[in-house]
Design a protein around this ligand. Sequence first.
Ligand SMILES: *Cc1c(COP(=O)(O)O)cnc(C)c1O
Length: 426
Amino acid sequence: MTVTDTVHGSTETPAPWTASAALRQADPLVADLLAAERERRADSLQLLAGENLTSPAVLAALGGPLIDKYAEGYPGHRHHTGCAPADTVELLAVDRARALFGAPHANVQPRSATSAMLAAYAALLRPGDAVLSMSLQHGGHLSCGSRANFSGRWFDFVGYGVRAGDELVDLDQVRDLARTHRPKAIIAGGISHPRHLDWAAFREIADEVGAYLIASAAQTIGLVAAGAAPSPVPYADVTVAATHKLLRGPRGGLLLCTAELADRIDRAVFPFTQGGAAMNEVAGKAVALLEAGTPQYASYIGRAVAGARALAGALAAGGARPLTGGTDTHLVTVDISGFGLSGAEAERRCAGAGLMLGKCALPFDPAPPSEASGIRLGTGTVAAQGMGETELAEVGTLIAQVLDSGTDARIRGRVQALARAFAGHR
Ligand SMILES: *Cc1c(COP(=O)(O)O)cnc(C)c1O
């Protein structure tokens, strides 16, 4: 019997059962839209910095039976019955996070990096407290002080930035602002700064003014997992991470913290800012954290970083200006004002060629954020597809050509050929 023989509402489990067949039968419209998304990707290169390909094993965990389980609370202290496998899965995810990052404590329940950030604030701060963070224009995330976000509404944010000359974080400014404003917390990290941060220097400044140090590491945590970036964990009181970016796990957040803050962080996640955790996501995080400790993952990260360097080099050779002159990470942020285009125009033009990247406000950007003078790219997805330095150097050249003189059939053809040649790695 196949799924097509079953009647809606039947309690019989059809066999063989496939999720996609069930969806097509129940809701052809959504099934078609998912097919359209697959098709969109098949012909284009995904270079958006926050995206990745969820690992197949993680996808299986996400679609597994824990999706149905209610498990409010923490292992051993649940508000629901029948939590034995769920408890073990969560303990496994927590243990793997602690081992992978050398963290005294981990919380794997946040539904996103922004909710993890909300929990970190809830654990450490009171409304109205001063917080020193990378300003949004210089690369801070909206959860670090945007007026449109709870952070900017409930806390008193002061922003630091990068130096105009070398575009590296201005630690002298961080120290001066910390001494002047005596923040309760200092946040280091962001969404578009392509260089490693000096965690020890941030710790020293935080200690000098008696502030907590929060690492905003959603973009970089995968590099840390692979030993490809200095870890904030030994320095930060709380590290806020995402599991769906370089870690290739489920869409979600992760908190790492000191032993002293463990209880406060846990209570800030549940019951303060969330109800029951998504246990299928917790299972997916356990799988992603296991995979992130493998040699295959380390070589994936190596390819992502080497690819980003090749991409930045090719963009520079083609007339663009990578911020800070290059990258240490999977991120490349590029000043494209030399082409006489705004970031928004560049994003549209590249999308027309199948090159999916994002406009990005630059430090000291004269243009409004909706237009911006830069673009931001990440190599997470294309490296997961198997691309490396050779392909990304070509991608950089193609992007520079599109920015310079628009797209044509040859460029579109090369993008399609690359996308199809590496599609099999999904
Ligand atoms: C992506 C990102 C976030 C937000 O992640 P969500 O899961 O979408 O909430 C927060 N901070 C930084 C630094 C990020 O890179």
